[in-house]
Design a protein. Sequence first.
Length: 309
Amino acid sequence: ELGWISKVYVNRPAVVRHAEQIKKWKTVKGNWQAAWLLKAVTCIDLTTLSGDDTPSNVQRLCFKAKHPIREDLLKALDMHDKGITVGAVCVYPARVSDAVNTLKAAGCNIPVASVAAGFPSGQTPLESKLTEIRLAVEYGAREIDIVISRSLVLTGQWEGLYEEIRLCRAACGEAHMKTILATGELGSLANVYKASMIAMMAGSDFIKTSTGKEVENATFPVGIVMMRAIKEYYWQTGYKVVGFTPAGGIRTAKEAITWLMLVKEELGVEWLTPELFRLGASSLLGDIEQQIFYHVTGSYALQHELAMA
């Protein structure tokens, strides 16, 4: 529906002002903080996307995904029997089988997500992108994180962008598809809004801010614009099940809570579930567990007291 796209206008100064206000929000304390942090844990895409990934470190990541917070800490919070795990484990396609087999052996139903479609640059032929997606699904990935071709946005080829995402959606089959917009490379907030709309029109289950490899990743102005796009898409179509994922640069428990609060303000509490909200992060879980340790014991953990996240 190109009519929507042609009319898009983003009031950048207003968005930036709102983002600055968000940074000043007071965070919750005590039991409320612990509750929000445990909610954040269930929404994390626990990620390893390094060139030196091996089966062993993927196995370790999967164990951490199943046991994200130390059992004694959960017992102290009376949350040990709630089945708290992360939202998904995210790896490269070549490591999907390792993750799937490890989680299956552990009797765990955490979905495995795979980046695909020329991640992180998107600078590969469409045929290669579709083949990579199909292989990741064949290996057992239940979620596929594709990345768009930024050049299509920067040159205004909206129909071309729609067609590329639509074909990726078809290649995903039954797997959920998260569309990474790489917002730090789109040039303007208006382009972020337009790309968000196109991605949803083409069938994306989630829209995601970043690959984590750009200079600028998840920022509050970008998050506001993408969530407003999700809201408008819902108003226009009645289609509610499009999720949002901020990713890249989210490292602290305080940042995680702020993102949760922002989603609650912009989209409502119904979006605060792993089905509609994820935090793409590799090191965030470590700080969350540290903060929960402090809440329970009154002191911060020594390095050897918490398992690697």
